[in-house]
Design a protein around this ligand. Structure first.
Ligand code: ADP
Ligand code: ASP
Ligand code: MG
Length: 418
């Protein structure tokens, strides 16, 4: 008998039929004698709908009330699932994050879990009930509802699994597991039977939203075996595990991409020691995160500084930079907010040479100019024009022969309704 935490995402609870389908999956697990805690997301599209309602009333809704609103989607799905389970004679009870005791800090919309109380869950499990918990939410020390950032139900599931010392945390979603790249963009994407925590962390941070970054951090920290599977099809899915337990270490495991980038360039800035820090300091004072940076010294006296910022912060960054350009007497400023960041990730890169050149040549062959490059131990990222996203990912996918991996996609996109 094992203790399993299962999480069902938005599409997996997207309709009453889908909820009933989950009931049968839960019953199967119960029949094997396992104890079960189930975390659910809001029904597909519901969180977006709630956000739009708030924005219709205020461009910047009050942070406390915003979280009070957007957390409600998850409450609906927990109660519907519990109603459906009970109707099928499977004892269950639904709980909000607050009722269970998911304690967070006070950062509305982006709260971090500080502590999870386990007494109530243990009591319910001892009574033979399925405990259905609302994902994405907790309560601050002040007693207010907080939410954990988009995709936060993944983190709820892992946090509960860690607190309960569960045997496995299963993330059920609308694709069959973690793929070499987003299977909705590239049909040749292949299912990965396993991926290292470190690789998954990079993939998620670099744009693969299949798991929230914090859920991977937490699972890695607490050594929670994390499995991503389909709620539509049977199958083993993808095990996210520690590197030493991996059977095969690939040079490149996956390709992630993010459409949330913008590039700003300052050219011909008179050079003095510390000018780079001065410029980027002004950006960070405005709480804008700078991601990639390149600097060229042009002649003796001037530099060009190019950097990327999140697309949502691009206007604010642009306003700061145009003022700085005047103040520093830069020759010109320019921007490109129609760019994407494309990254390859793999632990085998640590020991393999020629990976960057394979990536750059693949892009070159299909005529895609690279605007910026960064590398770290297990990833290489480039910024390219948004219009080249699909052909760029496909070219790199082929260059590393990821399309030759054995596990083809089983799923038809129409089926997921997502
Ligand atoms: P859920 O609602 O179940 O939490 P999400 O939409 O958050 O589901 O995450 C699943 C989606 O992640 C998939 O539908 C897919 O489009 C996207 N995705 C991006 N990159 C990958 C990848 N490498 N492998 C699998 N899915 C990916
Ligand atoms: N419902 C929330 C969202 O759409 C949380 C989640 O689905 O994980 O972001
Ligand atoms: Mg998600």
């Amino acid at each position: 008998m094992a203790l399993i935490v299962q999480k069902y995402g938005g599409t997996s609870v997207g309709s009453l039929e889908r909820i009933q389908h989950i009931v049968s999956k839960i019953q199967e697990t119960k029949q094997k004698g396992h104890d079960l805690v189930v975390v659910v997301s809001a029904m597909h599209g519901e969180t977006d709908r709630l956000i739009q309602l708030a924005q219709k009333l205020s461009p910047q809704p009050d942070a406390r009330e915003y979280d009070a609103l957007v957390s409600t989607g998850e409450q609906v799905s927990t109660a519907l699932l519990a109603i459906s389970l009970i109707a099928k004679n499977c004892p269950a009870r639904s709980y909000t994050g607050q009722q269970i005791g998911i304690m967070t800090d006070g950062y509305y919309s982006d709260a971090r879990i500080l502590d999870v109380k386990t007494d109530l869950m243990k009591q319910e499990l001892a009574q033979g009930r399925v405990v259905v918990v609302a994902g994405f939410q907790g309560t601050s020390t002040q007693g207010d509802v907080t939410t954990l950032g988009r995709g936060g139900s993944d983190t709820t599931a892992v946090a509960l699994a860690a607190a309960l010392k569960a045997d496995e945390c299963q993330i059920y979603t609308d694709v069959d597991g973690v793929y070499t790249t987003d299977p909705r963009l590239i049909l040749e994407a292949r299912l990965l039977p396993e991926i290292a925590f470190e690789e998954m962390l990079e993939m998620a941070s670099l744009g693969a939203k299949v798991l929230q970054v914090r859920s991977v951090e937490l699972a890695s920290h607490h050594h929670i075996p994390l499995r991503v599977l389909s709620s539509f099809h049977p199958g083993p899915g993808t095990l996210v595990t520690s590197e030493d337990k991996m059977i095969q270490k690939r040079t490149v495991s996956g390709i992630a991409f993010s459409r949330e980038e913008a590039v700003i360039a300052l050219a011909g800035v008179p050079h003095f020691a510390g000018v780079e820090g001065y410029i980027l300091g002004k950006i960070s004072d405005a709480h804008i995160e700078v991601d990639m940076i390149t600097q060229n010294t042009v002649g003796k006296n001037t530099i060009d500084l190019i950097f990327s910022v999140p697309r949502k912060s691009y206007m604010a960054a642009w306003n700061i930079v145009t003022q700085l350009a005047q103040e520093l007497k830069a020759a010109s400023v320019s921007n490109n907010h129609k760019v994407v960041k494309l990254s390859i990730v793999g632990i085998g890169m640590r020991t393999q040479t020629g990976v960057a050149s394979t990536m750059f040549q693949a892009l070159g062959k299909v005529g895609i100019p690279i605007q910026m490059i960064t590398t770290s131990e297990i990833k290489i990222s480039v910024v390219i024009d948004e219009e080249h996203l699909e052909s760029g990912v496909r070219a790199i996918h082929q260059a590393f022969e990821l399309d030759k991996l054995p596990h083809k996609m089983q799923i038809s996109m129409a089926e997921t309704g997502s």
